[in-house]
Design a protein around this ligand. Sequence first.
Ligand code: COA
Length: 239
Amino acid sequence: MSNFEVIIYEKRNNIGYVTLNRPQALNAYNIQMRDELYQVLGAIKDDSEVRVVVFAGAGERAFCAGADLTEFLTAPSPVIARQVRWERDVWGLFLSIDKPLIAALHGYVLGDGIEIALCCDIRLASEDAQFGMPEPGLGIIPAAGGTQTLPRTINKAKALEMLLTGKWINAEEALRLKLVNQVIPRKELLPRAEELANKIAAYDPIAVSYAKQAIIRGLDLSLEQGLELEARLGSHCHG
Ligand code: COA
């Protein structure tokens, strides 16, 4: 187990567990977390022992309550604060990982919290989860890909509504909008995530990685190019 200051990273049975660990600040995403997440994601990408990853938030109240607002106050402006968070391309790294990523979401899932979840492939939410994108109310726009990943995941009109009005949604609505795959009682959230992770980790890692790549990369291609991608990846499978 590697312990950073604001992230806990553990590895068990070919599964990586990443826990955002600032429960006293509702796991708000600060510069320290950006730096530690960048290191952890790099390790996950390069470590062939890690076949699937589960992301969760520490404490009872939140997965992540968004960007750390105290850093906004110390930066010259929210726009500068946003730029600082871009200095390391955490989000590009996140989206370049070809292994399945599972988000286990509870409590507040706001701003960067939703954006981390949207970088994952399967999102599980506990019944108490609440989702929102408060950025425009703070005079900024999402800094972690949210304007692109949200409408690629849920309906465009609903993405616009969430972002433009700052409307929060609960777990049931998130399920209805397909923002999350499943809603689960709080105490079953991590066991369910682990169960899914174990199932995926038991499969051939090459086939799993190619399946993810075929879907994710294929979505940015024409059908014809996507079929070529599938054929190319399929011809490299072992089975
Ligand atoms: N950045 C820094 N600290 C945060 C934070 C954030 N985004 N969100 C919560 N915290 C801290 C609070 O300052 C508080 O710290 P304290 O105990 O030292 O005073 C602690 O986390 C608990 O939050 P609190 O506001 O007391 O809980 P609450 O239940 O009354 O409200 C929220 C919860 C999520 C509604 C409220 O904390 C909030 O609106 N947070 C900001 C959300 C946001 O705008 N994020 C930015 C997105 S870009």
